[in-house]
Design a protein around this ligand. Structure first.
Ligand code: GCO
Length: 395
C-alpha cells in the first residue's frame, strides 16, 4: 500500500473554546460543572488559559508542521446577554485569527462547539426553536466581524452528541432523558445547520463551510444477525443518517471518529473481551476511522468531500497514542487508495484539555499541559506525528 498522502493533504490539530480558554463562566457547561449532583468530575477553571496564550499555542502548532488549527469561538463571550454583542470579544477572536495567519496556519473556525450561553439555556436551549434564531443572529454578527480572516468554517460540532448525551443520557447539559426534547433538539440542529450555511457564505471572506459529525463504527453483533442489523441500522439512522441527509450540498463533511459501537439484537453492547478499554469507557479501535469514512462516502454517494476534523485517543500511555494514530492513518490511506475523497486529517487534540464531564483525566493531547504552571511540553507522539506531517507520508 502507498504510504504517501496526496499532495495538498491537510494536517491540523483541534481544540474547542470551553476546553482550553478558561473562565467561560457565562455558558451552560460552566453552570453544569458547578451544579450539585451532575456527573462532572471537576470544573473547567482556567482550562489551558488559551485566552491569553493563544499566540504561543498557535506557534507550537505551526512549529510541529501542521498547516491548520481548528478551534471554536465562544458564543457566551461574544453575546453575553441577548442582543448585546461584545466588540472586545470579537476583536479578541480577530487577534486569534491574525495570529494563525502570522504563523502560516489556516484557521478552521467552529461556530458552536457544545457550549451555549446561560441566557439561551435559560430560555430553553436547543430543544427550543427560538434557539435556532438566536444562533443565526450570533453567527451573522460573528462572521461579519471575522469572515475575512476565516480559512474554513464548521457550523455545529457534533450536534448528534449534544442531543444524545444531553437529552437521552443526561450526562451533558441540560441533563434530561426526554424523547420529545431529544427529537426537538435534533430537528433544531438540522434547521440551524441548513440555515447558517448561507449566512456564513453571505458574509465577508470566501471559505468552505461544513458540518462536523460524530460517527462511530456501528457493528452488528453477532455479525450477520438480522435483528442485530435491524437495531444497528435504527441506532445509526437516529445518530448519523438524519445529519448525513443534509450535507450533500456542503463544501465538505467533517468526520469525527474515536471508536466502534457494538449493537446486539436488543441493545447497544459494551466492549468485547480482550479489546482494551480507554479512560473514556470505549474500546481502543483505531480501525473505526477508515470504516466511518467509507460509510460517510457510501451514504452520501460521494457527493461531498470528507475531512477528518477529529480523531484521537485519550490515554496516559503515549506509545498507545502512536499506535492508534498509525493504524487510523493506515485506514485513511486505504480509503484514499479506493478513491474516497479525504482531504485532510485533524488530530484531537493539540493539548491535554478539559474533557467535559470527565474533567482533565482523559489526555488527548500531543502536548502535555502542567495544570499548575500551564507549561506546555510536546509529547513523543507529537514529535512522531510532526514527522509524518512534514513527510506527508506514513513512511
Ligand atoms: C467531541 C468533541 C471534543 C472532545 C473529543 C474527545 O467533538 O466530542 O469535539 O470536544 O473533547 O471528541 O472526546
Amino acid at each position: 500500500m502507498a504510504t504517501n498522502f496526496p499532495q495538498g493533504f491537510r494536517w491540523g490539530t483541534a481544540t474547542a473554546a470551553h476546553q482550553v480558554e478558561g473562565g467561560n463562566w457565562n455558558n451552560d457547561w460552566w453552570a453544569w460543572e458547578h451544579a450539585p449532583n451532575t456527573p462532572c468530575e471537576e470544573p473547567s477553571g482556567d482550562a489551558c488559559d488559551q485566552l491569553n496564550r493563544y499566540d504561543s499555542d498557535i506557534a507550537l502548532c505551526a512549529a510541529l508542521g501542521f498547516d491548520n488549527y481548528r478551534f471554536s469561538i465562544e458564543w457566551s463571550r461574544i453575546e453575553p446577554e441577548p442582543g448585546e454583542f461584545s466588540m472586545a470579544a470579537l476583536d479578541h477572536y480577530r487577534r486569534v485569527l491574525a495570529s494563525c495567519h502570522a504563523h502560516g496556519i489556516e484557521p478552521v473556525v467552529t461556530f458552536h462547539h457544545f457550549t451555549t450561553p446561560r441566557w439561551v439555556a435559560a430560555e430553553g436551549g436547543w430543544h427550543t426553536a427560538s434557539t435556532v434564531d438566536r444562533f443565526l443572529r450570533f453567527a451573522e454578527k460573528s462572521v461579519n466581524h471575522l469572515g475575512d480572516l476565516i480559512g474554513t468554517a464548521c457550523t455545529i460540532n457534533e450536534p448528534n452528541i449534544v442531543s444524545f448525551i444531553g437529552y437521552q443520557l443526561a450526562f451533558f447539559p441540560p441533563g434530561v432523558a426526554d424523547d420529545a426534547q431529544f427529537e426537538a433538539a435534533n430537528a433544531n440542529f438540522i434547521d440551524a445547520h441548513r440555515r447558517v450555511v448561507p449566512i456564513l457564505k453571505g458574509g465577508p471572506g470566501d471559505f468552505p463551510v461544513g458540518l462536523t459529525l460524530s460517527m462511530a463504527d456501528y457493528q452488528a453483533v453477532p455479525e450477520g444477525d438480522a435483528d442485530a442489523i435491524k437495531r444497528r441500522d435504527h441506532v445509526r439512522a437516529v445518530s448519523e443518517d438524519q445529519f448525513l441527509d443534509i450535507v450533500g450540498n456542503d463544501d465538505f463533511l467533517g468526520v469525527q471518529v474515536y471508536s466502534r459501537t457494538r449493537v446486539g439484537p436488543n441493545s447497544v453492547l459494551g466492549g468485547e473481551e480482550g479489546v482494551p478499554t480507554l479512560p473514556m469507557g470505549y474500546e481502543f479501535w483505531p480501525e473505526s476511522l477508515g470504516a466511518c469514512l467509507r460509510r460517510a462516502w457510501d451514504y452520501t454517494g460521494g457527493s461531498v468531500p470528507l475531512l477528518v476534523t477529529e480523531n484521537g485517543i485519550g490515554t496516559n500511555d503515549d506509545s498507545q497514542r502512536i499506535d492508534y494514530v498509525q493504524r487510523a492513518l493506515e485506514g485513511v490511506l486505504a480509503c484514499i487508495a479506493d478513491g474516497i475523497d479525504v482531504r485532510g486529517y485533524t488530530y484531537w487534540s493539540l493539548m491535554d484539555n478539559f474533557e467535559w464531564a470527565f474533567g482533565y483525566r482523559p489526555r488527548f493531547g500531543i502536548i502535555e499541559v502542567d495544570r499548575e504552571t500551564q507549561r506546555r511540553t510536546v509529547k513523543p507522539s507529537g514529535e512522531w506525528l510532526s514527522g509524518i506531517v512534514r513527510a506527508n507520508s506514513l513512511g
